[in-house]
Design a protein around this ligand. Structure first.
Ligand code: 4NP
Length: 156
């Protein structure tokens, strides 16, 4: 069993998109029973709120649902509960380290580190560009799944 927690600032756009894209990829690979996948926020801004409607619509365009998901905040104990905690941007990663009290096991990563174009997932909050976010999230999740199933996670 591999457990993954995707993390962004609000947990209503980027990290839930990653959560449901990854669940879809895992399901299509017939590996549903091998994975536990969730998402969380670094901030308290959107706690309890559903996935932002434009993010939900982008997922739906690709046949992926996100019903029932509500934002929750990352907690220090999540560090011990998940194998991988995957941030969307460098600000997320910094906050994740602060909330978790460090990263002794090398579990904190950026999603696009699992692609051949490392960097930050496009943030749609101010741009409204959910296509760019979709492309980043989809490519990152494919790379992450490949890294885990191929054993190329290279944990420190
Ligand atoms: P997310 O997007 O971090 O991808 O869920 C945002 C959601 C809410 C805010 C910023 C980004 N906000 O400032 O409330």
């Amino acid at each position: 069993m591999t457990s993954i927690l995707f993390v962004c600032l609000g947990n209503i756009c980027r990290s839930p998109m990653a959560e449901f894209v990854m669940k879809d990829l895992v399901k299509k690979a017939g590996l549903e029973k091998e994975f536990h996948i969730e998402s969380a926020a670094t901030s308290t801004e959107e706690i309890g709120n559903p996935v932002y409607p434009p993010a939900c619509r982008k997922l739906a365009e690709h046949g992926i649902g996100c019903a029932g998901k509500t934002a929750r905040q990352l907690r220090r104990e999540d560090y011990g509960r998940y194998d991988w905690l995957i941030g969307m941007d460098r600000g997320n990663l910094r906050e994740m380290g602060r909330i978790c009290g460090g990263d002794p096991d090398g579990k904190l990563r950026l999603l696009l580190d699992f692609t051949d174009r490392p960097g930050q997932v496009a943030d749609p909050w101010y741009t409204g560009d959910f296509d760019a976010t979709w492309r980043d999230v989809e490519e990152g999740c494919r790379g992450l799944l490949e890294a885990i199933t191929g054993g190329k996670t290279d944990r420190k």
